[in-house]
Design a protein around this ligand. Structure first.
Ligand SMILES: O=C(O)CCC(=O)C(=O)O
Ligand SMILES: [Fe+2]
Length: 524
């Protein structure tokens, strides 16, 4: 770390003016944070390069790009959103519980409990958008719409999520000398809008985001002097429609509640406070993924028990709870949990990857899932049948159908016996790759391996063969699938599609197929 002001190197000042110099004291962040660099003093401004990794930054951007998450900056009123004139960017919330490993970094750097942090935001500036000069101070005595009562904002942290070549610098014109920070991916900036006695330092810390030329993304949060209120009714009143006060945007259990819950679970099941029992207690809450996550997060931070640390079973319980929740953001959370495991030196195992893959597949985040597959392959873990099927499915959906087939072949060389589900997934890969020849080979392979064609793999086989663009092959496969009786409505509908797309079949044949499909649907 570079040299810094006496106030920061020396004693921690009480919440009053420093008697010697008359300068107010500010919140003290963790000066031992790796890579911390003090670039200005009075007002103090810190940077941390690579605070978030490239993949974390990219993931946050992709998360924000999902659906219509981004909302223009503005003020809510009974008439709706009134756009802000001083800030023209858009933002979305990034709930704390969906990014436990990032939150951990923020808490470590700022040296504060997560309950002192305002809901994290992901902010985008498109060409021409800006944030006019302002201070981040939010005053004492007020009831902030962010859910803090009688508190002040003491620290601001933002992290640039992408490299920006032109425009979008953060400008601190009153710093001595003035400072202009060029956004670069993963770079964190920390400054202090108010002193510990709640006096605004808006003049010295005045800053702006210069108009963007290239697109700019940041992640931002603000640290307050006290914890966010836990009074739900009050939060809803204060929030006036802003979602950033909703409990869903935060870690849902306070430490007190988490401790009480844990004690209750341990006594209910007559368990000792050891690792095994803690894991059983977590598993007992698995239907409530936010509870599991909250317990795990607090356990990791040493708030629930000092000596025991979560192990791979604990993390896998959380991953299973998250991936079976189907909640929005579950995939972000699952990938984040894997990162947390690595940070805590708890290497993810096959089950960890499998659950995270489930979460990404469920959310149709194929690119992220493919990234996990690549990690998994590097770990040289010997996958089981379920994981191989999951991987093949991800590869097919992510457009890497050759990889799906090659990977499954490799695993067969390791004596893995495929079942109908894996064959079905590989047939899907053939369909995606428009490779009907390979689909026929797989069908022959299924026969040799005595794996019966179930209704789903029958439909997939027909669809894969229909990519030849002539219906005769699809009908030949249909006949094969019908050998054991009704092939099921999906297979018949796939054949109807193939015949319709192929064009030249007789109307009688087409009608006959439609009739069979309707009948099969009726009885299935
Ligand atoms: O986007 C930036 O560079 C600064 C953002 C900022 O000042 C804020 O969010 O309060
Ligand atoms: Fe600001």
């Amino acid at each position: 770390m570079r040299p810094c002001s006496a106030a920061r190197l020396g004693v921690r000042f009480p919440r009053s003016l420093c008697p010697a110099s008359g300068t107010p004291s500010f919140h003290q962040i963790n000066l031992a944070y790796p890579g911390l660099e003090m670039v200005r003093s009075q007002p103090d401004i810190f940077l941390v390069h690579d605070f978030f990794s490239a993949t974390q930054c990219e993931r946050l951007i992709r998360k924000a790009q999902q659906g219509d998450a981004m909302v223009p900056a503005g003020v809510f009123s009974p008439q709706g959103l009134k756009r802000s004139e001083s800030r023209t960017s858009s933002q979305c919330l990034c709930p704390q519980r969906e990014v436990p490993s990032l939150l951990h970094k923020v808490v470590e750097l700022l040296g504060c409990p997560s309950r002192h942090l305002e809901a994290c935001q992901i902010i985008r500036y498109e060409a021409g958008q800006f944030f006019a000069p302002h201070g981040d101070f939010s005053s004492n005595g007020t009831r902030s719409s962010a859910g803090f009562v009688d508190c002040a904002r003491l620290a601001t942290l933002f992290v640039y999520l992408n490299d920006v070549e032109r425009g979008g610098e953060t400008d601190f014109p009153n710093a001595a000398p003035p400072l202009r920070v060029t956004p670069s991916r993963g770079l964190a900036v920390v400054h202090f809008p108010a002193s510990l006695d709640y006096v605004s330092d808006a003049r010295r810390t005045r800053h702006q985001s210069l108009p963007a030329v290239d697109e700019k993304w940041i992640f931002a949060t603000w640290m307050w002097s006290g914890p966010r209120s836990q009074n739900l009714e009050l939060l809803r009143q204060l929030g006036r429609g802003y979602s950033h006060v909703w409990p869903e945007s935060y870690d849902p259990l306070s430490t007190d509640v988490a401790l009480r819950l844990l004690e209750m679970l341990l006594s209910r099941f007559r368990l000792q406070p050891d690792l095994y029992s803690f894991n059983l207690a977590l598993a007992a809450c698995r239907e409530q993924w936010t509870v599991v996550l909250s317990l795990l997060t607090q356990w990791r931070q040493g708030l629930l028990v000092s000596k025991l640390r979560p192990d791979v079973v604990s993390f896998n319980t959380a991953l299973a709870a998250v991936s079976s929740s189907g909640a929005p953001g579950d995939w972000t959370c699952a990938i984040d949990l894997l990162e947390t495991m690595r940070e805590d030196r708890v290497p993810p195992d096959l089950q960890s990857y499998s659950r995270a893959l489930d979460a990404c597949s469920g959310a149709r985040r194929w690119e992220e899932a493919l990234g996990l597959v690549q990690d998994l392959l590097q770990q040289k873990l010997l996958p089981d049948l379920q994981t191989v099927t999951g991987v093949a499915s991800v590869c097919s959906h992510a457009g890497e159908w050759q990889l799906a087939l090659a990977f499954a072949n490799e695993q067969r060389d390791q004596r893995l016996l495929p079942d109908g589900l894996l064959f079905g997934t590989l047939l899907l890969a053939c369909e995606k790759g428009l490779n009907w020849e390979l689909a026929l080979e797989l069908l022959a392979d299924m026969e040799r391996s005595s794996v019966p064609l179930d209704p789903i793999s029958s439909a997939l086989a027909i669809r894969a063969c229909a990519t030849r663009n002539s219906w005769d092959l699809a009908l030949w496969v249909l006949a094969k699938c019908s050998a054991g009786g009704d092939p099921g409505p999906r297979a018949l509908l796939a054949a109807v599609d193939a015949v319709e797309a192929g064009g030249s079949a007789s109307p009688e044949l087409f009608e006959e197929l439609c009739r069979r499909a309707a009948q099969s649907s009726l009885f299935s």
